[in-house]
Design a protein around this ligand. Structure first.
Ligand SMILES: O=C(O)COP(=O)(O)O
Length: 242
């Protein structure tokens, strides 16, 4: 779909409805989560964790089981996946095995969700600054950003030593610093409870997407209340606020 068709479909060009009282100033910055929000990474993650499980003699899991396990980074996903009683030492050994496999295979089946690139291009055209903040390994985040979003995303930050991962606000704060934005000007977009908590901890409103790794009933249970059913809904939500 072209940018023009996208704008037409949404009828967004002249939307100037007032935003809710929560928002004190114009939103000009969008911080995206990566897995389950801009990229469907589930097949490649499943393959690499299953490879690691097999190497350590543990049972493999299904894609749906991994869907629930991801959100807090690879260590947590492995902790949730290994048999009860597996020691932290064994998990320490599993992480580099996963990383080595995932580094080679993170692009096998991974790609942007339908409509994401169009959304980002339209946001850029409208002057929004954008970043990706993810709990996945920083090297993979940078590689995937470079591959899919380099024309539109200025800042991409993943899990790395010396900075607390989500739901701590630290990576979001770092991204906003790099973009030159303040919390009052930014919105966070993610698919999980970790993202919702991250937005809250960073004092940002959260748009929860419904195409990712969690379902709506669950997101409602944890308190999410602004939903995008498809990427183009984000434009409509932002237009209403601004
Ligand atoms: O790797 C994970 O567990 C989650 O990554 P995300 O923060 O991009 O959703």
């Amino acid at each position: 779909m072209t940018q023009l068709q996208l704008s037409d479909k949404l009828g967004v060009s002249d939307k100037t409805n007032s935003k809710g009282s929560y928002f004190m100033s114009k939103i000009n910055t969008v911080i995206f989560d990566m897995d389950g929000t801009v990229l469907n990474t589930l097949d490649d993650l499943t393959m690499s964790v299953n490879y690691t499980m097999e190497k350590f003699g543990f049972p493999q899991r299904t894609l749906d089981e991994y869907r629930q396990a991801f959100g807090s980074g690879i260590r947590r996903a492995i902790e949730l996946t290994v048999p009860d009683g597996t020691s932290q030492e064994v998990i320490d050994e599993m992480i580099p095995v996963f990383k080595e496999h995932y580094d080679v295979h993170c692009l096998d089946k991974t790609g942007p969700y339908v409509g994401i690139i169009e959304l980002m291009r339209e946001l850029k055209r409208r002057g929004y600054k954008m970043a990706i903040v993810s709990n996945k390994i920083d090297s993979a985040v940078k590689e995937l950003n470079q591959k899919f979003f380099s024309e539109v995303i200025e800042v991409a930050i993943g899990e790395q030593d010396g900075i607390k991962r989500k739901p701590a606000p630290d990576m979001v704060v770092k991204a906003m610093d790099e973009l030159g934005s303040s919390a009052e000007e930014a919105v966070y977009i993610g698919d999980s409870e970790v993202d919702f908590a991250t937005a809250k901890n960073s004092s940002l409103p959260c748009i929860s997407v419904l195409w990712g790794f969690r379902d709506k009933a669950y997101l409602e249970e944890i308190g999410a209340n602004i939903f995008a059913k498809e990427p183009s809904d984000v434009l409509e939500i932002l237009a209403n606020w601004n």
